[in-house]
Design a protein around this ligand. Structure first.
Ligand code: AQP
Length: 360
């Protein structure tokens, strides 16, 4: 059965977080909090992406620890191995294998147009070494991401604004491969325009926009998204931070040169604080805004810090508990690896067969 045919009653949702550092408030509010809700309505696949993480040089011990930390955090946030497939990307070799096939079906031009490649390579480019300082993995990263998605017959991919272009590439590749490699007896050239191969190789994935926390910004540079690799101290609130650290980070959050909250317009820093408080408490943006209009920024910072600290505390405690029992985490990962491998290998076999590789 091809991945396309493997579309059971529920639609498949797939998402992941890179293991470049501990997870932060943006990962929780923008991604994992939504994943928890999808579990009751969708066929869910969530994994930790260690292979993407090494596109930038990582400390091996730290990467190893971050990977367990990510899986423990998923469980602590409510991702349930009985409802979802949970695994580590490098445990399923089909990701790297399909990525190579996709590499051979993409062009330098389309990868060069990826804005994340342009941004990350600009950051990485030292004046003395030029292009020699840009890891090739940053360039080919979207192809591994396309493989992650296409292996599982994914219908829906929860994506942030910054990942939309990569999803678009995954869609283009799925369409290109479906038309280049139709199923036996289905000649795409000889059928009426627009006819769909009922046994298409890949499902063409769609973006899924989450209900909450679309984009959480850095507390120190509110024009940039909160990021694991942000070097500015206090910019990111990690899910491992103590209550005291969280409250301190919010007290020091950058706002603007005004002193009090205005009803008519808010700076990026103030908007971010309101958005975070609203997402954490479940209130609307306007309801939070109305509580602070005419009051000093300090009140908004303190209350938001407290709200975030009380939302994160149970996650931090449960994560630490899961991390104390590595053999349980390993069992969860083994079951996840087996379930993911079974699905991924079906797709990969079909891909290899259709491109003409000899199968044994
Ligand atoms: N600031 C954010 N606000 C809302 N959602 C966010 N996500 C990440 N940052 C925010 C969402 O979390 C999921 C996993 O993202 P990721 O960690 O794999 O990669 P990223 O988007 O590149 O996150 P970082 O923290 O910026 O990682 P580094 O610094 O390692 O590159 C995605 O769904 C993402 O939208």
């Amino acid at each position: 059965m091809t991945a396309a045919a493997n579309n059971a009653a529920k639609q498949t949702v797939l998402s992941a977080v890179q293991t470049t550092n501990n997870l932060h408030l943006g990962n929780y509010l923008g991604a994992i909090k939504n994943w928890v809700n999808y579990q009751d309505t969708h066929d869910c696949i969530f994994f930790a992406v260690d292979m993407h993480a090494i596109t930038m040089r990582q400390n091996p011990k730290q990467l190893h620890e971050n990977t367990y930390q990510a899986i423990a955090t998923y469980l602590a946030c409510g991702i349930d191995p009985k409802k979802s497939i949970i695994f580590v990307q490098s445990h399923v070799p089909a990701h790297a294998e399909l990525s190579w096939v996709l590499t051979c079906h993409s062009t330098m031009g389309e990868l060069s147009r990826m804005t994340q490649f342009k941004d990350k390579s600009a950051k990485n480019q030292s004046s003395s070494k030029g292009e020699d300082s840009i890891p090739t993995g940053i360039f080919t990263y979207p192809l591994l991401m396309a493989a992650d998605i296409l292996l599982y017959g994914t219908n829906l991919v929860p994506v942030g604004e910054d990942q939309k272009q990569h999803l678009e590439l995954a869609r283009d590749l799925a369409i290109r491969m479906n038309s280049s490699y139709p199923s036996d007896g289905f000649d795409i050239q000889k059928v009426p325009h627009g006819t769909k191969d009922p046994h298409a190789l890949f499902v063409v994935p769609e973006p899924l926009i989450g209900k909450v926390g679309a984009r959480i910004m850095s507390l120190q540079n509110p024009e940039a998204k909160m990021s694991k690799s942000d070097p500015t101290p206090g910019g990111a609130v990690f899910l491992t931070d103590s209550d005291g650290d969280i409250e301190r980070k919010f007290k020091r959050a950058v706002t603007d040169s005004d002193t009090e909250v205005k009803a008519e317009s808010q700076s990026d820093g103030v908007k971010n604080l309101i958005q975070i408080q609203a997402t954490v408490t479940g209130e609307t943006y306007d309801a939070v805004l109305n509580k602070y209009v005419g009051r000093g920024y300090g009140y908004l910072k303190v209350d938001t810090g407290k709200a975030v600290a009380s939302a994160i505390a149970p996650i931090r405690e449960k994560t630490a508990e899961y991390l104390r029992d590595r053999s349980h985490l390993d069992q969860v990962l083994k079951a996840g690896r087996e379930a993911a491998t079974a699905r991924a290998e079906k797709t990969l076999n079909e891909v290899y067969k259709r491109v003409g590789f000899v199968r044994q």
